[in-house]
Design a binder for this molecule. Structure first.
Ligand code: ADE
Ligand code: ZN
Length: 315
């Protein structure tokens, strides 16, 4: 299996139907009617919001340190089998706080799984839910500071349209002052202007998705010249109707433009594929040869926050 880095995966989006049902039983939580549909049928979504509605509706099954540990452990085992050597994993603490789960429970469970992972070098990235607004994000960052050593950066996720990156200027400034890495979802639902803002206002070091940057040639030039990483999630984009089909995905055009793109899974339990499945899908659809796949894998390491020494070792 080709070694690679997974830089765009939401740990909550790795909650497979089997574990979902087990955790619901363990905690006496009633699942939403649609929650287990994936056991017999593929989840179907009309867009980002229809997916997020189910994603959040399933999260109340996560209650204890053990639950968060089991979720992350299961992901890391699956990731290792996909050839993942390095994983920089998003998590959404605001969603768990809203469900009454204390922050220390979330950190304890996820950190334990990360620390015991021998096969995959893993780090956590704390995401702010953009639809909860800037003040909530600032409160979240303040509350997370006692756990500063347990996460390597901050990100921005959830409903994108109507919540531009510029709203989060101050919280990203504070995160930078704490020495945290900064990434942001932009250019999935939102247009190229959101990618510009993520770079110029938030100082994002990496753009998650970013596929709509292709609509702006000046932006494409900047992304290429500055080698700004874009973490692209092909199966997610198809599942959420961000692109009409895999055949219509801009990945080949992004490679053609010389952008630093890599391929990732986003919410694999919901979108039908982990890192290896996303690689296989683009290989099949676009007839990518070994050199092109090796470039995508190399790009994933070049885009990660590990040391140069570790990156070279994994490649
Ligand atoms: N949270 C989980 N998956 C997401 C996605 N694809 N876009 C925005 N927020 C998310
Ligand atoms: Zn995402």
């Amino acid at each position: 299996m080709l070694p690679k880095a997974e830089l765009h995966v939401h740990i909550e989006g790795t909650l497979e139907p089997g574990l979902l049902v087990r955790l619901a039983a363990r905690n006496g939580v009633t699942l939403p009617a649609a929650g287990t549909r994936g056991r017999t049928d593929r989840y179907r979504f009309t867009g980002l919001q229809s997916f997020l509605d189910l994603y959040y509706a399933n999260l109340p099954v996560l209650r204890t340190e053990e639950d968060f540990h089991d979720l992350a452990r299961a992901y890391l085992v699956r990731a290792a089998s996909a050839g993942v050597r390095r994983a920089e994993i998003f998590f959404d603490p605001q969603a768990h706080l809203a469900n009454g789960v204390p922050l220390e429970v979330v950190f304890a469970g996820l950190s334990a799984a990360v620390e015991e992972s021998a096969e995959v070098s893993a780090e956590l990235i704390l995401c702010f839910l953009r639809d909860l607004g800037a003040q909530a994000a600032e409160e979240m960052l303040r509350a997370a500071m006692p756990f500063r050593e347990r996460f390597t950066g901050v990100g921005l996720d959830s409903a994108e349209a109507g919540f531009p990156p510029s709203l989060f200027r101050e919280v990203f400034r504070r995160a930078a002052a704490e020495g945290l890495h900064r990434v942001a979802h932009a250019g999935e639902e939102g247009g190229p202007d959101y990618v510009w803002e993520a770079l110029d206002v938030l100082g994002a070091e990496r753009i998650d998705h970013g596929i709509r940057a292709m609509e702006d040639p000046v932006l494409v030039g900047r992304l290429r010249d500055e080698r700004i990483p874009l973490t692209v999630c092909p199966l997610s984009n198809v599942a959420l109707n961000v692109v009409p089909s895999l055949a219509a995905h801009p990945l080949p055009a992004m490679l053609e433009e010389g952008l630093l793109v890599s391929v990732h899974s986003d919410d694999p339990a919901y979108f039908g594929g982990y890192a290896d499945d996303n690689f296989a899908a683009v290989q099949r659809e676009f007839g990518l040869d070994e050199d092109a796949l090796a470039l995508l894998a190399r790009n994933s390491f070049d885009s990660c926050f590990a040391s140069e020494k570790d990156r070279e070792r994994w490649k």
